[in-house]
Design a protein around this ligand. Structure first.
Ligand SMILES: Cc1ncc(COP(=O)(O)O)c(C=O)c1O
Length: 377
């Protein structure tokens, strides 16, 4: 059997990792400014994370959600505290798409409505409703197409208000990334997020904060929506949650009530995944990684803004994007081949930085110096 060929691949085989470094099978070291697509939160193979998973593995890796799993409750308590949402409720699943799928479903159950407001350039995952709410027709299969999604321009308060005025009574939820990731690091304005909050309140719709990429401390606060001072009704999360161990979840406001059988999953919240997620929240707290991400992100962005060739430096904390002009279109490729630095991209010309929240200042300087060499010669 061969692999189903859906990924364009770099011809590199990574066999080992530590902190913000990864090594290929020839022993070459690379700096990971991409965090394996925003997944590595506390650093590759963090020793505490490895130990906590190993210890759990020796006890029990999995039993179904038909029994008490105290690790889930422990995670809910610690996550509630770290995110400042102690009165919220946690439902655990396995990925970002699944988190959004459950969030949208829950919003529809809660309101009894069908319409979902999503935004241009959004990405919410590849499952049925999550992909329908994603602004990329190329990945929406005919069976996923639905008239229930209303796409509006991002950061456009008037368009949002007009939409609610026209059909607010039919809208179950607004789903929004606080900072669009796949769409190219587009930061939602505070005014826009507050307008979403007030329209949802006025019309009884559910505010879903897709925090799969921009959440989990990446921006210096736990959720990027926190910068606007708004509370969402549901936060979806995944990527950084397990530092590479697959786990996702939704954090649900207290006024959304559960019913047995309403949501469910076989693997979600298993013992091993909870151990990985517990290690992440414990290390984030112990090592003050959110404060660190805020400060180092500011440092990197200030340095980027002094480089005249690149344009539109934007982002918050360690979620950073900038535009690369046509004259330097091979920049990302060169960073990888000449300097052994992984970065992310967004079409057509955006470089995305999504490193571990534990990235060091020296590592940031190594990246900036490689970038200067490429841009200034
Ligand atoms: C904002 C956002 N939501 C959802 C997803 C989907 O997550 P997953 O790939 O874990 O299903 C992603 C993945 O890139 C994302 O960036």
């Amino acid at each position: 059997m061969k692999l189903f060929d859906v990924y364009p691949l770099n011809n590199i085989t990574i066999v080992r990792a530590s902190g913000s470094s990864v090594w290929d099978d020839a022993g070459n070291e690379y700096l990971d400014m991409y965090g394996g697509h925003a997944v590595i939160s506390i650093g590759h193979t963090h020793p505490y994370w490895v130990k906590r998973i190993e210890d759990q593995l020796e006890q029990i890796a999995f039993y179904s959600n038909s029994v008490m799993i105290p690790q889930q409750q422990e995670l809910a308590e610690k996550l509630g505290r770290l995110s400042g949402k102690e009165n919220y409720q946690l439902f655990l699943c396995n990925s970002g798409a699944e988190a959004n799928e459950n969030a949208l479903k829950l919003a529809s159950f809660h309101t009894g409505r069908k319409k979902i407001v999503a935004f241009r350039k959004s990405f919410h995952g590849r499952t049925s409703l999550a992909v329908a709410a994603t602004d990329n027709p190329a990945i929406v299969a005919p069976v996923n197409q639905t008239n229930n999604i209303i796409f509006l321009p991002f950061n456009d308060v008037s368009a949002l208000q007009a939409c609610f005025k026209a059909q607010g009574e039919e809208i179950a939820a607004v789903i929004v990334e606080g900072i669009q990731g796949v769409g190219g690091i587009n930061v939602a304005t505070d005014e826009f997020l507050r307008a979403i909050r007030s329209n949802c309140d006025q019309y009884g719709a559910v505010y879903i904060a897709d925090s799969v990429q921009c959440g989990y401390g990446r921006t210096g606060l736990f959720y990027s929506h926190d910068h606007a001072g708004v509370n969402a009704d549901i936060y979806s999360m995944a990527k950084g949650m397990g530092n590479g161990f697959p786990i996702g979840g939704i954090s649900i406001a207290p006024h959304l009530h559960p019913k047995h059988g309403m949501l469910g999953t076989t693997f979600g919240g298993n013992h091993l995944a909870c151990a990985a997620a517990l290690a992440v929240v414990e290390v984030m707290e112990e090592e003050n990684l959110m404060e660190h991400a805020a400060a180092l992100g500011k440092y990197i962005m200030e340095a980027l803004k002094t480089m005249p060739v690149i344009q539109n430096v934007r982002g918050v904390g360690l979620m950073i994007g900038f535009d690369v002009p046509e004259s330097h279109k091979d920049l990302r490729k060169n960073l990888l081949s000449k300097h052994r630095i992984f970065t992310g991209e967004a079409k057509p010309n955006v470089i995305r930085l999504l490193p571990s929240l534990a990235l060091g200042r020296k590592e940031a300087d190594r990246f900036l110096s490689a970038l200067r060499q490429e841009l200034l010669g």
